[in-house]
Design a protein around this ligand. Structure first.
Ligand code: APR
Length: 254
């Protein structure tokens, strides 16, 4: 593992544009469960019954009660972990330019990253189905379910449900960042959900080095990604940042 940490630090040091694609795994150490795999949310809740737009439109109260209320509690308590903090440090060091995240928890911004493309929206906002007004989630009272906007319209999370399109601006910016990068860090995603999982393919086809960080291998491993560093994002990103700073210092002293 140490060799891969050193190799990654070297690859980052010689890169000109680094982009990270992150998934639920990057927030697991902040207490937010992943969607798939052991302990995943979709093991308990059927995503087609509770996270598909048709299910929400059919019965918003059911989705609010079962999924959104639980997510609100978990996301409200969550704070950035070493992976989020490490990516913010890489931005400060002038190495990381953008993050494309599938997460709706806002933890990358909370850690200090400035260019975060929220591919699946952000749970910190609710949107009215009728007037489209946006309201911050913490202002929404859950006394009435589903909660309503002052216009009387039903509120829904400003996130992308299954069956919905990715917001065009976010899709365009993500494709551009993937196309232009020369290193893509793919951290904590099962790479099973499109079109997010296609971003590493765009990066690879444009000549970038694709590095995965995940305790498990994914469909990208050995085909699209150049190498996989197996383990938890918090520990590995922290080690990479330490090594990058160490190498920068030795170059300065040289
Ligand atoms: N550090 C790094 N990776 C981890 C960690 C950890 N501590 N813990 C788990 N993982 C990995 C798992 O091995 C898995 O590959 O994170 C990945 C989580 O996969 P998913 O739960 O499928 O999450 P994600 O890829 O983000 O899902 C994509 O699917 O359900 C929809 O909209 C939802 O954005 C989500 C999308």
């Amino acid at each position: 593992m140490d060799d891969l940490i050193k190799k990654t630090a070297k690859d980052l040091a010689v890169s000109s544009k680094v982009v990270a694609l992150t998934g639920a795994g990057v927030s697991v150490e902040s207490g937010i469960p992943p969607f798939r795999g052991k302990g995943g949310l979709w093991e308990k809740i059927d995503p087609m019954e509770f996270a598909h737009i048709d299910a929400f439109m059919r019965n918003p109260a059911k989705v609010w009660n079962i999924l959104i209320r639980e997510m609100k509690d978990i996301v409200d308590k969550a704070r950035p972990n070493d992976a989020h903090i490490g990516l913010a440090r890489l931005e400060k060091l002038g190495i990381l330019s953008s993050i494309i995240t599938q997460n709706v928890d806002g933890l990358h911004q909370m850690a200090g990253n400035s260019d975060v493309i929220e591919f699946h929206g952000n749970f910190a906002w609710q949107k009215c189905l009728a007037c489209e007004r946006k309201i911050e989630t913490f202002r929404v009272s859950l006394d009435e379910i589903p909660p309503k906007c002052s216009c009387g319209g039903i509120l829904r999370p400003d996130c992308v449900f299954f069956g919905e399109m990715i917001p065009p601006e976010e899709l365009m910016r993500s494709r551009k960042a993937s196309y232009e990068c020369d290193v893509m860090l793919v951290i904590g995603t099962s790479a099973l959900v499109q079109p997010a999982a296609y971003m590493p393919v765009i990066a690879k086809e444009s000549g970038a080095l694709v590095i995965e960080i995940n305790p498990e291998s994914t469909p990208l491993t050995g085909s699209i990604s150049d190498y996989l560093i197996k383990g938890n994002a918090g520990k590995i990103v922290k080690e990479i940042v330490t090594e990058v700073e160490h190498q920068m210092q030795s170059r300065k002293n040289a």
